[in-house]
Design a binder for this molecule. Sequence first.
Ligand SMILES: NC(=O)c1ccc[n+]([C@@H]2O[C@H](COP(=O)([O-])OP(=O)(O)OC[C@H]3O[C@@H](n4cnc5c(N)ncnc54)[C@H](OP(=O)(O)O)[C@@H]3O)[C@@H](O)[C@H]2O)c1
Length: 232
Amino acid sequence: MKRIILITGSNRGLGKATGLKLCEHGHEVIFTSRNLNNLKAIEQEVQAKKYNASFFELDVCNLDSIINLKKEIQKKYDHIDTLINNAGILNDRNDSILNLDHQLLHQTMNTNLFNPLYMIQQFQDLIKKSSNGVIVNISSVLGQLESMATGMPSYRISKCAINAVTKVVSEELRDFNIKVNSIHPGWVQTDMGGSEASLTIDEAVPGLVWAATLDQDGPTGKFFFNQKEIPW
Ligand SMILES: NC(=O)c1ccc[n+]([C@@H]2O[C@H](COP(=O)([O-])OP(=O)(O)OC[C@H]3O[C@@H](n4cnc5c(N)ncnc54)[C@H](OP(=O)(O)O)[C@@H]3O)[C@@H](O)[C@H]2O)c1
C-alpha cells in the first residue's frame, strides 16, 4: 500500500536517506526542513527519478511553523499515513548534568521532546484519517534507563522522555489502531553520529523504513533497534 509519509528534519542525515528510500519503495514523502533551500538538491533528485514527494518549510522549534505546516499540508493531502519525528540535536557531548547550560537544556528539550509531541498533537487528526496510521519517534539507546550514564545529559534526558511520549501516545491512540513506536537507528555515520560510527546510513535506513511502514497488525508502544524490540 502506498503511504503518505511526513518526515521532520529530512534535508540531511537519516531523515533525508529514509525519505529517499521510502520514495524508492513507491511511497509519497513529505520532506521538511527549516530552510527550504536545503531541500533543493533533494527536490531535483526526486524529480529526476519521478518519485512522488513534496517539500515544506518546518522549524520544529517554532510552534507557529508547525501550525503553518499543518495548514499547508491540509491544502494538498486529506490524510497522513506516517509521521516520522526525526529532527534532533545533540549539543552537549562533554557536558556534566551538574553545570549544564540552561539554554542548551531548553533547546534540546524543545527540539527532541516538546516539538515532536506538538507535531503529534497537530497532525493526529490527519493520521486518524489513515486506514493504518503510524507514528515513529526517532529515539536513542542513550535514553535507555537501564543503561543511563553520564555525558550528553540533555540529549539522554530528551530521548528518555520521548520514549515516555511514545508509551503514553500509543495508549491514547490504540483504539484508532495507530501504531506509535520509538526507534533507535543505531550509531550511524551522519553529522551527528560522526565518521567513527559503526553503521553507514544505508545500513541504518531499513530499520526506519520498516517502522514507518508497519502492517495493520504491527506492534505499538515499543522500542526497536533494527526491527528487534529493546528495553526502555
Ligand atoms: N546518528 C546517530 O548515530 C544517531 C543515533 C541515535 C539516534 N539518532 C537520532 O536520529 C535522528 C536523526 O539524526 P541524524 O544522525 O540524521 O542527525 P543529523 O545528520 O545531525 O541531522 C539532524 C536533522 O535534524 C534537523 N533539525 C535539527 N533541528 C531542527 C529544527 N529546529 N527544525 C527542523 N529541523 C531540525 C537538521 O536540520 P538542519 O540541517 O536545518 O540543522 C537535520 O536535518 C535524530 O533524532 C537523532 O537524535 C541518531
